[in-house]
Design a protein around this ligand. Sequence first.
Ligand code: NDP
Ligand code: BG6
Length: 497
Amino acid sequence: MAADAAGRRKAPPTALIVFGASGDLTSRKLMPGLASAAERGSLVDGFAVVGVARTEMDDEDFRQRVLEATPDAGPAWRDMVAGFRYVAGDYAHDDTFDALAKVLDELDASRGTSCNRVHYMATVPSVVPPVVEAMGRHGMNRPKSEDGFVRIVIEKPFGRDLSSARQLDQQVHAVFAEEQVYRIDHYLGKETVQNVLALRFANAIFEPIWNRRYVDSVQITVAEELGVGHRGGFYETAGALRDIVQNHLLQVLAITAMEPPATIDPQGIRDEKVKLLRAVDILTPDKVGNEVIRGQYVAGTVDGKEVVGYHDEEDVARDSRTETFMAAKLQIDNWRWAGVPFYIRTGKRLPHRVTEVAMEFKGVPHLPFASSETTGLHPNALSVRIQPDEGITLRFGAKVPGQAFTVRDVTMDFSYRESFAEEPPDAYERLLLDAMTGDPTLFIRSDEVEQAWRIVEPVLEAWQSPDVTLATYPAGTWGPPEADHLLERDGRRWREP
Ligand code: NDP
Ligand code: BG6
């Protein structure tokens, strides 16, 4: 991996072509990630972005939009943005790709992008096949020089279900070789998700208890305060299951529960993740009915502000049955996890943004204290906060100072912010650099994508029926009561992260 004398990673000269450059992902995640990379010195002078989308803009409008999305960025980024280009056009028209090819040639000559290309699909999933096909027709899929590279980054969700994911794979492979394809799931780029690997595999004390003998249950929460904003059009075609569960949530589950890889390299990690996903019990229609909860927010209050219900969001059908919340109980059928429930939940318009993996441990075989002395004692729990306030908390019992032998919960906290002076790089900063430097370790292989679709497919099928309950929850609450009942039936409760 290319790095400068100070050990900082440096991307080679590259033109990053962003399809969907007028969208939410581009301005909320990609440009801030790149701006941070520029300020850290990870981008060289021969770096440039070419935005492509249907929205009419010229180069100057696009640069302005990029700067608005990165208001805190410094001079290194501002200088780079001055060379960014924009191509407006429809992906169905060859003219769009002719114009793009011309701009790329100009950038090779004027900015030294050296014919290296990373094509980024930051647009709605349905446009990926026509764009890929057009790239093939226009010869944009192969490097122009022997030591150059052309890669394609494809956003999640990869396909809409198992068969469309397979079909998409074939369409992509008709134009690009597998080593050129980077299927992105930005949760894998989050520092704390990677820290789960460090916690588990760089320490002797956690792994021995990371199994069914000691773990009672696991909860994974991906909660968002945000509603769908201007993304109603996209969200209506996705819903929480396709938007978060099939990808981010199952990837976090895989990293949490997989076996130790022999090496932290692309093959080692991905082999273990896919083995774990294969062990996830595929839900039967009965279980979908009993163990999967589907919800949608209605008007409520988030962070002291009144917000509208999902039906009243922009570009959302008034009678939409798209889920904005999903909770489920999953089982992993292998020696390590048999019998340990994994409760997962995700939703928009929940009380606050938090992603957390929490493991609750079994109790001790015998408590040698009077029950009145342990009323403030709960099972040991380890929680990994993926965002925000990245860190790890261990809950255990301690004696309350005094004459009585009272035991209650205390916590031991590790906070990234307090322990390390440097801010961790944002997920997109890291993954964009990985794509430019050619490191696929944190990208998803097609067998993982397919296995994740196999897990969610019975739910997708069951939810096609108009008879399936769509529970509602007021914005600003932790989802519908049905999600609480899911755990209460098992004598457990959701943690309030
Ligand atoms: P947006 O809804 O903002 O759409 C992106 C762009 O796609 C739009 O600006 C629009 O540009 C273009 N577009 C929309 N509909 C169509 C259409 N029918 N045909 C052609 N182009 C269309 O989506 P996001 O940016 O939020 O998401 C893009 C991808 O990124 C999705 O796959 C999503 O899962 C993924 N993602 C998004 C994240 C986020 O936080 N937003 C985070 C992680 C992943 P124009 O009309 O100008 O062509
Ligand atoms: C994206 C989803 O993949 O992840 C969005 O499309 C969601 O709906 C986003 O808001 C959440 O990402 P993060 O990094 O803010 O947790």
